[in-house]
Design a protein around this ligand. Structure first.
Ligand SMILES: Cc1cc2nc3c(=O)[nH]c(=O)nc-3n(C[C@H](O)[C@H](O)[C@H](O)COP(=O)(O)O)c2cc1C
Length: 370
């Protein structure tokens, strides 16, 4: 982790950034310790956090040559929604910690880049306002609460606002222990609220407790008894496609497909079970298990166009950015997220061309050596 509170003068400015690492440095330089540690940290020893990146780096590409790549087309579709390239934004809580634009900035950037935002239940901006800013380019991420009436109401609001899918996060019955947040007692600043889930009063009531405020808040709301059988309850509430986020094994992927759910391969950016398998390593067995019955997505450690291609080669339809989008937001609000997506878009195009691929449909397993 870099030193918090670097003077902004030491960091590149937005238009001087040439890659996502530059945006990360710039974004980090603009955050205080509370926000920086919340965004950056992983669980435990952060083995999985690092493994997500290393997993991509270890894979080698097998480029083909003498292909006409004068017109490379990186477009794709997720659940019928056209994307300008196979990259969306993963759900992350509290965009207001990064920039006053908060989720509205992320949503506008996703919309203008032809991407898709997955809005976290724990956003600082109400679903309806984000939906308007996202111009239909949004999915909604859900945790199931002990009080199912609250969950049902959130689903109803998301659907009415125009969400195109529900993303049920399944890897967090309890929050992983992110030790920097415990050590420094992560807390949501008083000017931010959580309008989709639980009240500011509930949050404030926990402020005298020790450790991360979020952990106490989350623990009080989220149902730890949820099983595969509860999917029927959710299915009964909505006609939207359901995506299960946080799948890491062939066994669970097969169960997800059996229940008619799409699969989002993720270890929550290394924030839940430390030493869990990296996302890119988990992907092939999952793709094999679902046998094309449902769509498969991936997040975790994506920072390069070549990462995107490797995930596609191993069978993901699209990848999602967690921290990379947050660093962009911190670096420059809506414009920072747009810059993140533009830089990655250009990298994906270039990587496709240099691999001898004219479009994402030509990307297959033979593109990577494992
Ligand atoms: C600060 C932060 C907050 C997050 N909040 C949520 C959340 O509210 N719901 C959720 O399903 N996942 C959440 N995640 C996990 C992301 O959706 C995603 O799985 C992860 O960040 C991907 O890894 P990456 O950061 O390496 O791209 C969060 C991740 C971060 C870094």
């Amino acid at each position: 982790m870099t030193t918090p509170n670097l003077p902004a003068a030491n960091a590149p400015q937005l238009d001087g950034t040439v890659n996502l690492a530059d945006l990360e440095a710039l974004g980090k330089s603009r955050l205080d310790r509370n926000a920086l540690e919340y965004y950056a940290s992983g669980a435990g020893d952060e083995v999985t956090l690092r493994a997500n990146r290393e997993g991509f780096r270890r894979l080698r590409l097998r480029p083909r040559v003498l292909v006409d790549v004068s017109n490379v087309d990186p477009r794709t579709e997720v659940l019928g929604l056209p994307l300008s390239f196979p990259v969306g934004i993963a759900p992350s809580a509290f965009h207001g910690l990064a920039h006053p634009d908060a989720e509205l900035g992320t949503a506008r950037a996703a919309a203008s880049a032809g991407s898709v935002l997955t809005l976290s239940t724990f956003s600082n901006t109400p679903i309806e306002a984000v939906a308007a800013a996202a111009a239909g380019r949004f999915w909604f991420q859900l945790y199931l609460y002990t009080d199912r009436n609250i969950s049902a109401e959130i689903v109803r609001r998301a659907e009415a606002a125009g969400a195109r899918a529900l993303v049920l996060t399944v890897d967090a019955p309890f929050l992983g222990r992110r030790e920097p947040n415990e050590r420094h007692r992560f807390a949501l600043p008083p000017h931010l609220s959580v309008p989709n889930a639980g009240s500011r009063e509930q949050l404030r009531a926990l402020e005298s407790e020790s450790g991360s405020q979020l952990v106490h808040y989350f623990q009080g709301l989220v149902d730890k008894t949820v099983t595969w059988a509860d999917l029927a309850w959710l299915r009964g509430l909505t006609t939207l496609p359901i995506v299960l986020k946080g799948i890491l094994t062939a066994e669970d992927a097969a169960l997800a497909a059996h229940h008619g759910c799409h699969v989002w391969v993720s270890n929550h950016g290394g924030r839940q079970l430390d030493t869990a398998v990296s996302s890119i390593e988990a992907l092939p067995e999952i793709v094999d298990a679902v046998q094309g019955q449902v769509e498969v997505y991936l997040d975790g450690g994506v920072t390069r166009g070549t990462d995107v291609l490797k995930a596609l080669a191993l069978g993901a339809r699209c990848v999602f950015l967690g921290r990379a989008a947050l660093w962009g937001l911190a670096a420059g609000g809506e414009a920072g997220v747009r810059r993140t997506l533009e830089l990655l878009h250009d990298e994906v195009r270039l990587a496709l061309a240099l691999c001898g691929k004219q479009n994402v449909g030509q990307v297959g397993r033979d593109l990577v050596r494992r």
